[in-house]
Design a protein around this ligand. Sequence first.
Ligand code: P6P
Length: 335
Amino acid sequence: MTKRISLTQYLVEQQREHGHIPAQLRLLIEVVARACKRIAISVNKGELGDVLGSAGSENVQGEVQKKLDVISNEVLIEANEWGGHLAAMASEEMDSIHVVPNRYPQGEFLLLFDPLDGSSNIDVNVSIGTIFSVLRKVNNQRGVSEEDFLQPGKQQAAAGYCIYGPQTTLVLTVGDGVAMFTLDREMGSWVLTQENVQIPEDTKEFAINMSNMRHWDAPVKRYIDECLAGKEGPRGKDFNMRWVASMVADVHRILTRGGIFMYPWDKRDPDKPGKLRLLYEANPMGFVVEQAGGMVSNGRQRIMDIQPTKLHERVSVILGSKNEVQRVHDYHQDV
Ligand code: P6P
């Protein structure tokens, strides 16, 4: 049974034992966690809080923004501006970076987030979440630019997500394994409920949007066809399928019981590497999944080795149980 301690105590003990959570990073994580609590309150209000439906605007991705997309983005910006731990922020919902105003001290960290992932599920009351990634500002020159954010995922200082589901759960890694904190609503505090999370190396469960099957590349089609062939097929076992259409929900299931999640490149838009975003979806989820013993690939290379070239860069994502991801990765080498 995991000892029931608070997020603060967990971070202080991590700092004492491993000494790589400087005060600014600890403050950053606590501020993000508090912002997620505020987002959870808005999410849980639903219709009562007049937060459902469209905001009547589009984001840089050309996607219609939901009211909660905009609210969540504002909560994270306002929560993180004043603390002195950040130099700048980047969000799926903003075209360019948000530099901490000069009236506040500038910190050494950069925060990236998808403030509300899975927006198509908001109005139908299905789990959604916030995904965040923390980088260090590597160049010591005064000021900050978009180029400072273009770092491979392996350079992240911390990453995680908050899933707003039947429970509200914060999942975090600072590079020493994965811990989960459940929101105690009576106390309003995050309570450690699991640590050293490990993803089973094998699975019988895959997550992919099957409606795109006719658009997939051959290696992905081969892998899924073999899963569908079941016991009588080359895999010699039956598979189950899940697709929530909220990456946080699908990844949380995989962290909890194993599985493979795939949003691969497809030929609908050949110049687009994939649907999901590298810097604030694939990299933070990749850090968490790898820290839990899983594997994360774009089919041809480790995602966290990719050198980004633009802030909203997209990527093909295959992640989860190590042996299954390795199989898909190998199929891509065979073509
Ligand atoms: P589709 C949500 O919009 C998201 O970015 C991920 O959270 C999710 O895995 C994917 O897109 C769902 O995409 O095409 O199935 O709606």
